[in-house]
Ligand binder design. Structure first.
Ligand code: PLP
Length: 479
C-alpha cells in the first residue's frame, strides 16, 4: 500500500535513475578485494554513498544515469573511504600564536613526560601499590611530595581537571553552608564552567558581596553569619575589570577568615609555579606565594601555565586536604595513570627554574626571544616566497601572540608572523583550505591577510608548514 503511494509520486525519469543505482554487492565487486580496509567499513561506506545518491535523486537534483556508473562512483567512494580510514584525532599546526590553545589541546608535553606516559602504558607499575609494605598504596603519593616541595603546601591531591577540583573542594567543605565571594570574581571560563553554577552543583550556598568593580573587606565581614563556612577568592583569569576598581588582598582575607574561624580558598585558575615577570610577562602571584599567604586550600589547572597534562591540583593544609581525599565524590573525579605519569615528569622539571623554562613547551613558547621567532618567520617566508610569486604576496610582519587558556588576557606577547595575501582566491578560502588539508594548519585572519604567528610553530614544523602552503596553491580552488 505504502509502496504504491510512493511510486505514484515518482516520475518515470526518477524511477529510471533510482534503478540505475548499483546494488551493494555489485559495488563490492567493483571495489574488489585489494582495497586495504576492513570489509565492514567498506560496506558501511558503500551503503552511505548509495543512500546519499538516492537522496540526491529523490530531491530532484540534476543527475544522469552516467553519473551512477562505476567510472564516476568508484573514485568518489575511494576518496570517502580514505577519510574514514584516517584517525579522527588529527595532528595540526598551530599558527595562531595562542600558546595554551584550549581547542587545540592546551599544553604540549615535554619529552620526559611523553617517555613516562609511554612507559606506564606498556608496563605494569606501582600505581596503587606500596613497594615497601607490599600493601595497597595511594596514587596521589606519586605526586604529593613533589607538589608540597614545589609550593610549600602541607598536602596535595590531584583530580581530573580544575573544574572538578573546585567542585570537590566546595562539596567537601561547604555543602549546605555559605560561601562568600566577590561579585567581581563570578567568572565564566570557556566550555561552560561558571563559578555560580559549580557552586550550586556542590550544594554550597553562594553569598555574593561587593559590586562588580569594587569589593571591600567590610563587604565580606558584613556577610558573615553562623552559616558561613568559607571565604572564596577566584582568579578572574580571562577578564579584567579596569578603571575605578578595588579587590581585597589575599592576606586580608586570610586574616578575616582566621578571626571568624572560616576557611579561605583560592581558585587560581592557571596557577604558575614560576615568576615569569623577568621574561616580560605580567607579574602574577605564584602558587607558592598564595600558600605562603596562609590560604587553607588552593586549586589550579595542570595544563595551563603549568604546562602539564589536563589535571586539577588541590593543595593546602593537611587537615583540609585529608577531608577532601575522603570524599566519595573524589573517586568519580579520579585522575588516570597516564596523566599522573605525565604530571610527575613535568613537576620534576620545576626543581630547576632554567630547566623548566627550556624544556616545558608552554613556558618555552611564552618566554621565547623575539629574534628566535623572527628567524622562523624569515625561514618560512624564504621557502615559499619565490614559488608563490606573483600569485600570492608573502611578507613578514610584527604581531602579538596570546598566552591563552584564560591566562593574562590583556597581555600581548611581541611576536613575528608570515602574512599572505592571495590573488587567485579569497583569504577566507585559503584559511578554509589550509584547515581542510591532510595536515591541517590553523591560522588567523587580520586586515585581509592570512597570518601565521611563528611563536607556536616549532622549528621542525617550519618545513612542513611551507609544504602545506605550497600544496594549497598547487591545488585549484574548488567551486
Ligand atoms: C581555567 C579555569 C578553571 C577550569 O579549569 P579546567 O582545568 O579547565 O577545568 C576554573 N577556574 C578558573 C579561575 C580558571 O581559570
Amino acid at each position: 500500500m505504502a509502496k504504491k503511494e510512493n511510486s505514484e509520486k515518482i516520475s518515470p525519469k526518477t524511477r529510471k535513475l533510482l534503478r540505475a543505482i548499483p546494488k551493494v554487492d555489485e559495488f563490492l565487486d567493483w571495489v574488489g578485494s585489494s582495497t586495504p580496509a576492513p570489509l565492514r567499513l567498506i560496506k558501511n561506506e558503500i551503503r552511505s554513498l548509495l543512500a546519499a545518491e538516492r537522496k540526491t535523486i529523490l530531491a530532484g537534483e540534476k543527475r544522469l544515469v552516467a553519473d551512477l556508473s562505476r567510472e564516476k562512483l568508484l573514485p568518489v567512494f575511494h576518496k570517502r573511504l580514505a577519510r574514514r580510514l584516517e584517525s579522527n584525532f588529527r595532528t595540526v599546526i598551530n599558527a595562531t600564536g595562542v600558546v595554551v590553545h584550549t581547542n587545540l589541546g592546551r599544553s604540549l608535553l615535554p619529552e620526559k613526560a611523553m617517555a613516562s606516559i609511554q612507559q606506564v602504558g606498556s608496563r605494569y607499575a606501582n600505581l596503587e601499590f606500596n613497594l615497601t609494605s607490599g600493601k595497597r598504596g595511594s596514587r596521589y603519593q606519586l605526586v604529593e611530595n613533589l607538589l608540597c616541595e614545589l609550593t610549600g603546601a602541607e598536602a596535595a591531591l590531584v583530580v581530573n581537571n580544575n573544574a572538578a577540583a573546585v567542585l570537590l573542594v566546595l562539596e567537601t567543605l561547604a555543602k549546605d553552608q555559605e560561601v562568600i565571594v566577590s561579585r567581581g570574581q563570578l567568572v565564566e571560563i570557556g566550555g561552560s564552567f561558571r563559578i555560580p553554577d559549580v557552586m550550586a552543583k556542590s550544594g554550597a550556598k553562594m553569598i555574593e558581596v561587593g559590586a562588580t568593580n569594587r569589593t571591600h573587606l567590610f563587604d565580606y565581614e558584613q556577610a558573615i553569619t553562623p552559616e558561613s563556612a568559607m571565604l572564596l577568592k577566584v582568579h578572574t583569569s580571562n577578564f579584567r575589570v579596569i578603571g575605578f576598581t578595588s579587590e581585597v588582598e589575599l592576606n586580608e582575607l586570610v586574616a578575616l577568615g582566621r578571626e571568624h574561624g572560616l576557611l579561605v580558598m583560592e581558585d587560581l585558575g592557571s596557577g604558575c609555579l614560576l615568576d615569569l615577570s623577568p621574561y616580560g610577562l605580567p607579574r602574577e602571584p605564584t602558587v607558592g606565594e598564595v600558600i605562603k599567604a596562609g590560604v587553607d586550600v588552593v586549586t589550579f589547572s595542570g595544563d595551563k601555565l603549568l604546562g602539564g597534562p589536563q589535571a586539577g591540583l588541590i593543595i593546602g593544609k593537611k587537615r583540609i586536604i585529608e577531608q577532601v581525599k575522603q570524599n566519595p565524590l573524589n573517586r568519580a573525579l579520579r585522575i588516570d595513570k597516564f596523566t599522573l605519569a605525565g604530571l610527575e615528569a613535568v613537576l620534576r622539571l620545576y626543581y630547576d627554574d632554567q630547566k623548566a623554562l627550556s624544556t616545558i613547551p608552554t613556558l618555552e613558547m611564552m618566554t621565547m626571544p623575539l629574534e628566535k621567532i623572527s628567524r622562523r618567520a624569515t625561514r618560512l617566508a624564504r621557502r615559499i616566497k619565490k614559488k608563490l610569486s606573483p600569485r600570492c604576496e608573502v611578507k613578514t610582519t610584527a604581531t602579538f601572540s596570546r598566552v591563552g587558556g584564560g591566562a593574562m588576557p590583556e597581555h600581548g606577547l611581541a611576536s613575528r608572523a608570515v602574512i599572505l595575501a592571495p590573488g587567485d582566491r579569497t583569504v577566507n578560502e585559503l584559511e578554509q583550505q589550509l584547515r581542510d588539508a591532510p595536515l591541517p594548519v590553523i591560522t588567523r585572519i587580520e586586515n585581509d591577510y592570512l597570518l601565521l604567528d611563528m611563536r607556536t610553530v616549532s622549528n621542525d614544523e617550519v618545513a612542513q608548514l611551507g609544504d602545506c602552503l605550497l600544496a594549497a596553491f598547487a591545488e585549484k580552488i574548488k567551486e
